[in-house]
Design a protein around this ligand. Structure first.
Ligand SMILES: [Zn+2]
Length: 251
């Protein structure tokens, strides 16, 4: 028996091949899956599928390197995707840093979750998918769209070095960063591009970015401890089988 099969069976994890139906709910509708691809839609570059999410039951199916308790094999690849574990720790501490335009690296990289105040005074959130030479940010996020409501789109925001630009970067705990590497974060963001909804930016912006970073969505209702979003301390509830809470601190 191959090593990863043995480890997966011992830990009781379900697994499927990429072309197979969700191993949890058996969803048979291809349109009800989000494919996690390494490149944005419409690219001419070679695209690799690294996982998928069943929209019907919200389960993610990922290669073993993203799954705890399965030691990666020293060589070779596995054809299986494994069910993503619910988080073991019900709390995530997130630190919000101001992106410093004077810093040579601008302390922001592709795959980061950033937030900024939009022209209507709403805190938008997105995933950085591209940094241009002059530190403009290509960001995937919800935008308001006439006749639709909101849509997940990639837009370019003004340069970090622009005097009027104020961005904040969310720093997640090391364990979250390790088990959700930048390839996976970007693949989740790409998989959502073009999604449309009759919802509000205010409710959906943060859940989108947090989903890309962690694989879990925040419920639209934010429980605020000390006032409005953007103040010192906020607790968010995430949608998952285990209740997950995010504590946000402003640095
Ligand atoms: Zn399912």
């Amino acid at each position: 028996m191959p090593e990863d099969t043995c480890a997966a069976e011992m830990s009781g994890l379900r697994r499927i091949r990429i072309e197979e139906r969700c191993g949890l709910c058996g969803n048979g509708d291809d349109a009800e899956y989000r494919l996690y691809e390494t490149e944005p839609r419409g690219t001419r570059r070679k695209v690799k599928i690294i996982g998928k999410q069943c929209v019907s039951c919200n389960t993610e199916w990922l290669p073993k390197e993203y799954i705890k308790n399965i030691p990666p094999r020293s060589a070779g690849t596995s054809p299986y995707l494994y069910q993503r574990n619910p988080p073991t720790d019900p709390k995530i501490n997130v630190v919000r840093h101001k992106i410093d335009r004077k810093s040579s690296s601008c302390n922001v990289v592709e795959g980061n979750h950033i937030t900024w105040l939009n022209e209507h005074g709403i805190w938008n959130h997105g995933i950085v998918a591209k940094i241009t030479r002059d530190y403009g940010l290509g960001v995937i996020h919800w935008i308001e769209k006439d006749g639709v409501g909101i849509e997940v789109t990639k837009t370019y925001l003004p340069s970090v070095e622009d005097e009027n630009s104020v961005y904040f970067r969310f720093e997640y705990p090391e364990e979250t960063e390790q088990t959700n590497d930048l390839n996976l974060v970007l693949a989740r963001a790409y998989s959502r591009t073009g999604d449309q909804k009759d919802g509000s930016l205010e409710d959906e912006a943060l859940p989108f970015a947090t989903f890309c970073k962690t694989g879990y969505e925040i419920l639209p209702h934010v429980k605020s401890v000390s006032g409005k979003h953007g103040n010192d301390f906020i607790i968010y509830h995430l949608m998952s089988s285990a209740e997950l809470v995010i504590n946000l601190q402003v640095m």
